[in-house]
Design a binder for this molecule. Structure first.
Ligand code: GLU
Length: 318
């Protein structure tokens, strides 16, 4: 992904378990992409969803990345320490009319919609959008995906690597979505956006399972950015806001049932006695040939030019 401007990438694992082949592939892809562009590569531990986090998993991920030679720049950012930034963003979105309190449970939404097809998020039916129904109390906060006055839908616009300028009608595709959960936790969509903006991320390189979240994340960014003073955040007429990153979604390693590797889908921990063997197995997902060396730093050095030509090929096919 050649770029003339500064490149800041990141790897943002959720510490639900140790790294597995799938997360290693994402880490290698985003690391190489940053390094091939003379960029910075930041590490953010996404530990907001405390019930899903495993004790010791974050520390384990940190040590494992070092073993693979995937060193990052600057300090590790921990989402569990960023609550006040999320609170500020939420207050800002509340004050600018981009949110509403919602009393609906997941069951209410399902009852209103009927069963959703597998892997499809439920489209919010709008029950609390014009005010909480009588005698109901707010449980969560939702992002409003159409303008409260004009009814115009929110359209997210971003650059998707290999596809170019992409847009999504968030109202139509997802409907109003939760940014502060009923259990009091920050929703992934809000936390990731506040952090990507705060860290000045220019390129988000991650697994293809998160492609579906991109439009919602960009919509939140647009809402956060639109009301900043023009001097602070200059808008470029007709172009995307400069703070909105380029997104690139990498192919996923699937298990024998065709599911994305994850702790829940039975992914096993990496074999740390065969580091470059694991790197080659992860790398195979990009269709790239094995690299013969025992040293991770050497492996990464040899992988860099291969990654650069892989990216060029991808660009031509786009
Ligand atoms: N924390 C997310 C995960 O591990 C990734 C977030 C992102 O890259 O945007 O699935």
């Amino acid at each position: 992904m050649p770029s003339t401007t500064e490149y800041i990438g990141r790897f943002a694992p959720s510490p639900t378990g140790p790294l597995h082949l799938g997360s290693l592939a994402t880490a290698i892809g985003s690391w190489l992409d940053a390094r091939c562009n003379n960029g910075r590569w930041l590490l953010r531990i996404e530990d907001t969803d405390t019930p899903r986090c495993s004790p010791g998993a974050a520390e384990n991920i940190i040590t494992t990345l070092h073993k693979f030679g995937l060193h990052w720049d600057g300090d590790v950012v921990w989402q569990s320490q960023r609550s006040s930034a999320y609170e500020t963003a939420l207050n800002h979105l509340n004050a600018t009319g981009h949110t509403f309190p919602c009393a609906c449970s997941r069951k209410n939404v399902e009852q209103a919609n009927g069963p959703a097809p597998r892997h499809h998020s439920q489209h919010y039916p709008g029950t609390c959008r014009h005010g909480l129904p009588a005698s109901k109390t707010a449980r969560a906060v939702r992002f409003r995906t159409s303008n409260a006055t004009t009814g115009e839908p929110v359209i997210a616009r971003w650059n998707e690597w290999g596809e170019g300028l992409t847009q999504e009608n968030i109202e139509q595709v997802h409907g109003d979505f939760v940014i502060h959960r009923a259990d009091g936790l920050w929703a992934y969509q809000l936390a990731v956006v506040v952090d990507d903006l705060a860290q000045g991320i220019t390129h988000v390189v991650r697994g293809a399972d998160l492609k579906d979240s991109t439009g919602r994340q960009v919509a939140l960014m647009q809402a956060i950015l639109e009301t900043k003073s023009p001097v602070e955040q200059p808008e470029i007429a007709g172009a995307l806001h400069p703070a909105i990153p380029v997104y690139r979604h990498l192919p996923l390693i699937l298990n024998e049932r065709g599911e994305k590797l994850s702790k829940q889908a039975g992914a096993t921990a990496l074999d740390l006695t065969d580091l470059t063997g694991e790197m080659n197995r992860a790398w195979a997902v990009f269709g790239l040939p094995a690299i013969a060396t025992d040293r991770p730093s050497d492996w990464l050095k040899q992988a860099a030019p291969m990654w650069a030509s892989y990216c060029q090929r991808g660009n031509q096919n786009a």
